[in-house]
Design a protein around this ligand. Structure first.
Ligand SMILES: O=CCCC(=O)O
Length: 451
């Protein structure tokens, strides 16, 4: 049984029953059966359906945003923006899928040779609560367009979002079984991955979840794409344009109440600009409208649950016990955590070492640029890094030293349907979005013809 709760009001929302093993078997068989006809459909027909999904998303954006606000506390305006981004990713793959999937001729020592991109079959997605629509749609759009069918195990706290997403595909005209939401237990997930019908798994979630799913997938020789946690550094060099980029830097941490894998978690600031940065950063953080996520003026709402906020509180407390200091904020009321700035953070503290999934900016002062880059990469995670500097050419010379999946100069790390998205090391492997993301769940088949 799943019970959902509004994190801001603490009111219970709904209860749901998990499906039985027998129902699960039927759903898996339906997905497999549908795969046979779905993969044979002309790509043009598949893309028409995805364009319809994009249309419905735009039509229903207020309803879906309200649902996210209720289930996980996302401010309503950020929910609307999330749904618009979902429509964008659907439009992007509707436009580009045919081109991405076209046979690729490769000259070899024969009459004809080429690569053909075939779907794999039924793909399982395990998705988290922080971007309940976006993370599902960025998986589903390329995966379905490639001719696969999809199963979704969503975070239980966003169960109604999961149900609505299945309905969205059906309403757009996708045949039954193309996209199904599964309300299942952890034990059932293991059975699903082990089932011969399921060919691969995509997980967006924590490092711990990644290790578990990778182990199950590995044992069953199933491909996995893992998009896990991050501990992105935001490097601020002495020539950074603070006037121009302060909003971007602050938002890099506070978007979605800090609950983003790609948020700027560690601000590494060179001493020459430290005081100016901190004073401007504090002014910006103080100015955020916080509180009720249903209010269209709210910028930082509630976190997604009391336990998540308590976890952040513990990480902050341990860091304060070790010498860090509060510059601003650090009040918690149930699931609401005030935007917070913590100074004097050092390498040994949870605020430096661990992923902090809430609205807390850790500030680290360094002597120079060299030390800044060195500390930025001193993490087991590898989702992305960002640097703010006027000398873009110099920053570009650092590209090959950044072992992350992304390096953004004068911009916050963000996802974009046109660009690959994913991490290295403890942030996982594989890519989502762009052509690369679509290629994760296809059979890259060599065709070789003699005549
Ligand atoms: O938590 C992951 C970040 C989601 C995104 O912005 O694409």
């Amino acid at each position: 049984m799943i019970t959902t709760k509004n994190p801001y009001t603490q009111k219970e929302l709904n209860t749901y029953h998990l499906i039985s093993d027998k129902e699960l078997k039927q759903k898996l068989e339906l997905a497999n059966e549908q795969f046979r006809s779905w993969k044979s459909l002309q790509i043009k027909d598949r893309t028409k359906l995805l364009s319809k999904v994009a249309e419905l998303l735009v039509e229903r954006k207020e309803t879906y945003a309200k649902l996210m606000t209720d289930e996980m506390g996302k401010p309503i305006t950020q929910g609307i923006a999330e749904i618009e981004k979902c429509a964008w990713v659907c439009g992007f793959y509707a436009k580009n899928a045919e081109n991405f999937l076209a046979d690729q001729l490769i000259e070899a020592d024969t009459y004809e040779s080429f690569i053909s991109y075939d779907p794999l079959g039924v793909i399982l997605a395990i998705m988290p609560w922080n971007y309940p629509f976006w993370q599902v749609m960025r998986f589903a759009a390329p995966t379905l367009m490639a001719g696969n069918t999809a199963l979704l195990k969503h975070a239980s706290s966003t169960t109604q979002c999961a149900i609505e997403i299945e309905k969205l595909f059906l309403d757009a005209g996708f045949p039954e079984g193309c996209f199904q939401t599964l309300l299942v237990s952890h034990q059932q997930i293991e059975d699903i991955i082990g089932n011969d019908i399921v060919k691969a798994v995509s997980l967006t979630g924590s490092e711990a979840a990644g290790r578990t799913i990778a182990e199950i997938a590995g044992k069953n020789l199933k491909k996995a794409v893992l998009e896990l946690g991050g501990n992105n550094a935001c490097i601020v060099l002495k020539d950074a344009d603070l006037e121009k980029y302060m909003d971007t830097m602050a938002w890099a941490r506070m978007q979605n109440a800090g609950q983003s894998c790609i948020a700027a978690k560690r601000f590494i600031v060179v001493e020459d600009i430290y005081h100016e940065f901190l004073s401007k950063f504090k002014t910006r953080i103080e100015s955020y409208v916080v509180g009720n996520p249903t209010d269209s003026k709210t910028e930082v709402g509630s976190m997604a649950s009391v336990s998540l906020a308590e976890e952040v509180e513990k990480q902050v407390k341990k860091s304060l016990d070790n010498g860090a200091t509060v510059l601003y904020g650090n009040q918690r009321d149930q699931a609401f955590y005030q935007p917070t700035i913590i100074e004097n953070v050092t390498k040994d503290m949870p605020l430096f070492r661990e992923e902090v999934f809430g609205p807390v900016a850790a500030i680290i002062k360094v002597k120079n640029e060299e030390e800044a880059y060195q500390l930025a990469s001193d993490t087991k995670f590898g989702l992305g890094s960002m640097v703010f500097t006027a000398d873009v050419d110099k920053a570009k010379r650092r590209i090959d030293q950044i072992a992350d999946g992304a390096f953004f100069i004068n911009e916050l790390v963000k996802s974009d349907p046109r660009l690959p998205f994913g991490g290295t090391n403890a942030s996982g492997y594989g890519r989502e979005l762009s052509k690369e993301g679509m290629m994760e769940f296809v059979n890259v088949k060599t065709v070789y013809i003699r005549k």
